[in-house]
Write a protein that binds this ligand. Structure first.
Ligand SMILES: NC(=O)c1ccc[n+]([C@@H]2O[C@H](COP(=O)([O-])OP(=O)(O)OC[C@H]3O[C@@H](n4cnc5c(N)ncnc54)[C@H](O)[C@@H]3O)[C@@H](O)[C@H]2O)c1
Length: 353
């Protein structure tokens, strides 16, 4: 499927996107806006001006209500007037580390935020397709297992538990209230890399920010294995689920893992080594650091079902993902004014591959 086929489906569609000021949300929103959809965003504003969502070109294209998801019910009439056909829910407190510090807020945002959003969705008769973006961390992680959509849920740290709850609650709304009226798609994604993430405690932003400051990077979990994938593959996964499955209402929630094609185990330290070896512009070294909170050592996701059901699989090998990401951050540090156009260019090249 290429740009034109997505354009044919998404052009003119009204789409409500929560969490559109963040890393994943800005790519999803920008891609859909370039395809001709009419977007209404709902997010807290990112304080860091480096986020794409704070660029004037982005703000001109994508109208956003800047407020807390916990207040979404006070925008009920605005959202009814907007008449969204599709809702993509990305707003979450997305960090394991932060969830140990701001535990209550993480639950309120990720769990009650989702409940309130569904309560509003009950009044949106225009709405036919709802995407809830959760995580591979929703699973009860039996180390070394290849997690598929039927693996038991049971996140342990507060972030993972909140995403497991988000997943269960969404399924409950589908079965209890939307059976014949709306689709609920649960998308569980592995770790995402790509340009435009500025969350300092994450590996790739930390790498490029450290390199910019000419400081070595400290890896807190060097032997952890994750299903790394590029943001553009993830965006295409979300779009393809809606396009292929959104034309008729299924009786149950449809659940899809989204992960990399190759299930080779890539440890944190190997990923960073690949980034450093790939570019002579990265001149720093990596060191190890102890952490004081628990994170899973091993996460391996099976994306066989989504391949079988809608024929989606990641297009990019890890080497391509590394190259696209490196080019993006270099463009940003070299010529920040051009980054919006550069991101648009990367999106279009990817979709026409
Ligand atoms: N980045 C990854 O590797 C990854 C992997 C799997 C799933 N996810 C999920 O993707 C989604 C987006 O994460 P991201 O990586 O873009 O993080 P991010 O921090 O860049 O974006 C989070 C978004 O949620 C919004 N948000 C947070 N708290 C809010 C609140 N109380 N009210 C309204 N909006 C709020 C932020 O403003 C931002 O727009 C999250 O649901 C996260 O759990 C991310």
């Amino acid at each position: 499927m290429n740009w034109k086929s997505y354009q044919k489906y998404f052009k003119g569609k009204k789409i409500l996107i929560t969490g559109n000021s963040g890393f994943v949300g800005s790519y999803v929103s920008l891609t859909l806006s370039l395809l001709g959809s009419k977007i209404l965003g709902y997010s807290l504003k990112k304080k860091d001006n480096k986020y794409l969502s704070n660029f004037p070109e982005y703000r001109r294209r994508i109208k956003t209500i800047n407020d807390d998801i916990k207040n979404i019910e006070s925008y009920r009439s605005t959202l009814i007037r907007f008449k969204p056909e599709i809702l993509i829910h990305l707003a979450s407190q997305p960090l394991v580390s932060q969830s140990y510090i701001q535990t209550k807020n993480s639950y309120e945002t990720n769990v009650m935020g989702t409940v309130k959003l569904f309560e509003v969705a009950k009044n949106l008769s225009s709405l036919k397709n709802i995407v809830i973006f959760t995580s591979d961390k929703v699973y009860k992680n039996l180390d070394n297992n290849n997690l598929n959509e039927n693996s038991p849920l049971g996140g342990e740290d507060p972030y993972s538990a909140s995403k497991s709850a988000q997943d269960l609650i969404s399924n409950s709304y589908k079965l209890s209230f939307f059976k014949k009226k709306k689709n609920v798609f649960l998308i569980r994604a592995g770790n995402i890399i790509g340009g435009g993430d500025w969350e300092k405690t994450r590996l790739i932003p930390d790498l490029f920010l450290s390199n910019f400051k000419k400081k070595n990077i400290y890896l807190r979990n060097p032997n952890a294995t994750r299903p790394w994938q590029h943001i553009l593959d993830v965006v295409e996964g979300i779009l393809k689920v809606i396009l292929v499955k959104g034309k008729k209402v299924s009786e149950k929630s449809l659940i899809y893992n989204i992960g990399p094609k190759s299930n080779k185990d890539i440890k944190v330290k190997l990923l960073i080594k690949k980034f450093i070896d790939n570019s002579n512009l990265i001149k720093i070294k990596f060191r190890f650091k102890n952490i004081h909170f628990k994170e899973k050592k091993f996460l391996r996701l099976s994306s066989k079902f989504i391949k079988k059901d809608i024929n989606w699989q990641s297009k990019l090998r890890i080497e391509d993902a590394i190259q696209l990401t490196t080019k993006w951050y270099y463009e940003f540090f070299k010529n920040r004014k051009n980054i919006f156009n550069f991101t648009t260019y990367q999106i279009k090249v990817f979709f026409n591959k």
